[in-house]
Ligand binder design. Structure first.
Ligand code: NAP
Length: 316
């Protein structure tokens, strides 16, 4: 099988294809035949050496979709079962999705029902799970207003679709006028321009989900209603610290939290896929690559003006 192995951190050229034997299953680890996986900007950071806990050599990639190839001794999943796997150390502590087969602990394998293609299925797990978790963390309910800052991110678009399905009124942001129509098409009630880290509105919202991060938190909190919840999910500007943050002024009668998708709950995965299937939720797929072109896929995911949507690698 082909595996993309990183031996040391660096540019896209450190993503090297290697021939390896297909692994054997163990007592509690199952071999998955990977049909597709998405490529994420935070995996680019890992490749560059920006994830201190990740030791090389490693096959990175934090999620995959595929079928059970050889079940573990303890698994109750049969060969051929459609599954998704993500987080739980995949592609960080042990070899992940940038390959044709992976040996994966049973506790992070989730059987799913989904009738679309493998490429479509690959656009969901981590992205939609994060969006769903962020919505729950924001403690927002039907009829309330939600601002999604970073509306054209994969997570932002997933939060828009899921939030609409849950009956929220959603305003989404983008820095680019040309992307407003896409967000309206996906169901935003309002699309707000994010210009030089300020959003062009005077409105306040019951909840905010923020993918942009530390540099914009003060501006975001100014748009939160009293009693509202602000959930930080991403740090797209690359700034990790809230500098000069004035909690007494910025947080008066407001609540701030973060959402981190590290701990995946299988019943939430079931709940999520039920909703995806029932409401037929889809976010755009920007481009599909083959495993051999993984270097180009990682370059593409970071391109500034690339089309909005998920970047997927197919093994089929
Ligand atoms: N907490 C968690 O568990 C978790 C899980 C998954 C992802 N994340 C984080 O969530 C964020 C979104 O991830 P993603 O994979 O969904 O992103 P993505 O799809 O790669 O997002 C691309 C979009 O981000 C926007 N963007 C890029 N740089 C920006 C900047 N400096 N300021 C404002 N917007 C910027 C651009 O939109 P416009 O040009 O249209 O404005 C761009 O089209 C990332 O920070 C990621 O690390 C967190």
């Amino acid at each position: 099988m082909k595996s993309v192995v990183i031996k040391k951190s660096g540019g896209p050229e450190v993503l090297e294809i290697e021939e390896r034997p297909i692994p054997n299953s163990t007592k509690n680890k199952t071999v998955i035949k990977i049909h597709a996986f998405p490529v994420h900007r935070y995996e680019v950071l890992t490749r560059e050496g920006g994830s201190p806990s990740v030791e090389f050599p490693k096959v990175i990639g934090i999620e995959a979709v595929g079928e059970v190839y050889t079940p573990s001794q303890e698994s109750n999943l049969e060969k051929g079962r459609k599954v998704v796997t993500f987080m739980g150390g995949l592609g960080r502590e042990f070899d992940g999705s940038y390959q044709e087969y992976a040996l994966v602990p049973d506790n992070i394998i989730y059987p799913v029902t989904f009738n679309g293609t493998w490429i479509e299925l690959a656009s969901y797990p981590e992205t939609f799970y994060t969006a769903f978790g962020a919505l729950k963390a924001t403690r927002i309910s039907k009829g309330q207003s939600l601002l999604i800052r970073g509306g054209t991110t994969g997570v932002g678009m997933a939060a828009l679709l899921l939030g609409k399905a849950l009956g929220l009124s959603i305003s989404s942001t983008t820095r680019q006028n040309s992307r407003k129509d896409l967000l309206y098409t996906l169901g935003a009630s309002e699309v707000i321009l994010d210009k030089d880290n300020h959003i062009e509105t005077r409105k306040k919202f019951d909840g905010i989900i923020d993918m942009v991060g530390a540099s914009t938190v003060e501006d975001s909190l100014a748009h939160l209603k009293a009693g509202g919840v602000y959930t930080l999910v991403g740090l797209l500007t690359g700034e990790w610290l809230w500098k000069d943050f004035d909690p007494f002024n910025n947080l008066a009668n407001k609540y701030a939290t973060i959402y981190d998708s590290s701990n995946v709950n299988s019943s939430v995965v079931d709940e999520l896929f039920n909703l995806i299937n029932k409401k037929q939720l889809h976010i755009p797929i920007a481009k599909v690559f083959k495993l051999d072109d993984i270097q180009d896929a990682q370059r593409y995911v970071m391109e500034k003006d690339r089309p909005v949507g998920q970047v997927i690698v197919t093994n089929d």
